[in-house]
Ligand binder design. Sequence first.
Ligand code: BGC
Length: 749
Amino acid sequence: MISIYTPAQNTADAKMKPFIDALMKKMTLDEKIGQLNLPGSGDIITGQASNSDIGKKIKEGKVGGLFNIKSLEKIRAVQKVAVEESRLKIPMLFGMDVIHGYETVFPIPLGLSCTWDMKAIERSARIAAQEASADGINWTFSPMVDIARDPRWGRIAEGSGEDAYLGSQIAKAMVHGYQGDDLTKNNTIMSCVKHYALYGAAEAGRDYGTTDMSHQRMYNEYFPPYKAAVDASVGSVMASFNEIDGVPATANKWLLTDVLRKQWGFKGFLVTDYTGINEMINHGIGDLQTVSARALMAGIDMDMVGEGILTTTKKSLAEGKVTLKQIDDACRRILEAKYKLGLFDDPYKYCDDNRAKTEIFTNENRKAAREIAAQSFVLLKNQGDILPLKKTGTIALIGPLADNKENMPGTWSVAAKFDKATSLLAGLTEVVGDKVKILTARGSNLDEDSLFEERAGMFGKSLKRDRRPSNIILQEALNIAKQSDVIVAALGESAEMTGESSSRSNIEIPQAQKDLLKALLKTGKPVVLVLFTGRPLALKWENENVPAILNVWFGGSEAGYAIADVLFGDVNPSGKLSTTFPQNVGQVPIFYNHKNTGRPLDEGQWFQKFHSNYLDVSNDPVYPFGYGLSYTIFNYGEIKLSNPSLKGNQTLTASIKVTNNGKYDGAEVVQLYIRDLVGSVTRPVKELKGFQKILLKAGETKTVSFTITPEDLKFYNYDLKYGWEPGEFQIMIGGNSRDVKMEKLNWSK
Ligand code: BGC
């Protein structure tokens, strides 16, 4: 499919090279190495930047940028030290993890990806950039585009799920949202795509774990989103913590230089992840001097936090372990980034008090966040049309996440003001006013194990554990449940049960909450499960027993309102899963675009001896990739191909009629999958190759057409050559990856 984005116009002008040549001529070796250093913001106290330890280093020319420093006042003070008190007055980069919004927080990236709405995703990044830049930030460590097929891995929450095609579209949209068309503007910031590469494929889903896969799988299934970000002119790339082919990414020359720079033509700079260089000592490839030299020689330009490059490079140069050219190249790329951002023209261009006061957490931004959050929710089940709820009667809102603001923004919301987030209780109350009586109770803690709950509530996102005996907490909930017409159970994970260093070996709703859910179902009242989660959970039991399930991820600062909008039908849900929901953890990794194997199951069978399956569970997920219900019903006609037999560079049009046969207007994500039936190497059983999100009024029919060219048939073959092979193909279109209509065609060369 053709990209809707033109690459950001951030290739610098002709004046950049002479400017940087002249500057570098003046630089000492120490000053060049200093540019490669990215410490944390450390001890800076407002009003004392110049005298802080970091301030001293900046004056000595030993710092290229700082990260995760929040407050315009501090940033201005630090920049002042750099441009007034250091010898060459080189301005600094200020980076931050602006991952899914700044103070206005959007859904966690996994949730955002379920909107399948590239304009909305780009808009969220644009607003994030607008707010962050108004507060002095000029560089964000986003997007995170690691393909993840393992819900045990906590950082699955930070990415766009399991699919390379969808992930690539989102990577482009995010980069474009942050960088815009012109990086010299004061409201665009430099993007940093991460974590290059394969960080999401950690063994056993354990964070920072080893990855090991074939190059063919890397190129076809894991690399495309990073490459898409590079094609969209992303300004920087972050290396990942994991090893690849036995060499940590941070020192992997093949990955950083041969693939990224030589094959893909990346022109920006490469930063390590947090202490990524130092950690290579533990990986077992050398002492600090060795690993720093290896990182630099592999292609790293900037060292986050660990100061290995700062402290050992001079010695390495003297000993011939690094070259001056490599130091110069790295320094040049950092200076180029500063130049492209316009910092040499005006180091204070992001320091405008008025913008900081008027452009952050505005009503307009919050409105966008509310709309986008509502689009990210996925209706997993709605038996008997329990949803939408009526705006009358009594609702019992029960669960540890029913009245909690802190957890709504979700993981990696470092700039969020938790007290300004909206809880579900507050959102519901405001949306229905006094038309509905809302009773509320906790019902249970997040989990019986208080130490687990502590680990799952880090970074100030407390769940305010109720210390009373669990039967008392439950009884209170059952009492209000009895007085209600419907129960809304707000259960699931806390925000920090996903994100960095938050892997789980059990991917079910914690037992205490499952027990609560069972007790609520026993009351005989209708139960709606509003599920908070940052990963696909194993919901086999819930799917079989709970009549309605709305997956709301972590919806951001406006989550409470957005959930209310959907529960009461002011917004019809349209989210579709970007990752498969397994039946149990034993099926992991489970993903829709797997290979067929030599012994697939026969159609309609779930177990056959000597076939590829399990004794105890079918191969099917609970909810497949692309799945999500609506309050209305969409019916698909048959696929019409413009031509069932194509040749060479011809273009195919595949069309299908989609009808809204229900009572509500709604949006549907129409998905195109292709299967290449015979190849020189084995090919997946289907691959997403296009999608369109359409709006259909109740009763309306629209014809949706996809244009397909040989470009859409290309893959990396055994020799890693990118191209397409002639033969038979299946074209599949549907509302999720499982329920599709199919036509066959032949495409010859
Ligand atoms: C994470 C990165 C993040 C960095 C800076 C690391 O621990 O892996 O994603 O950008 O910290 O906060």
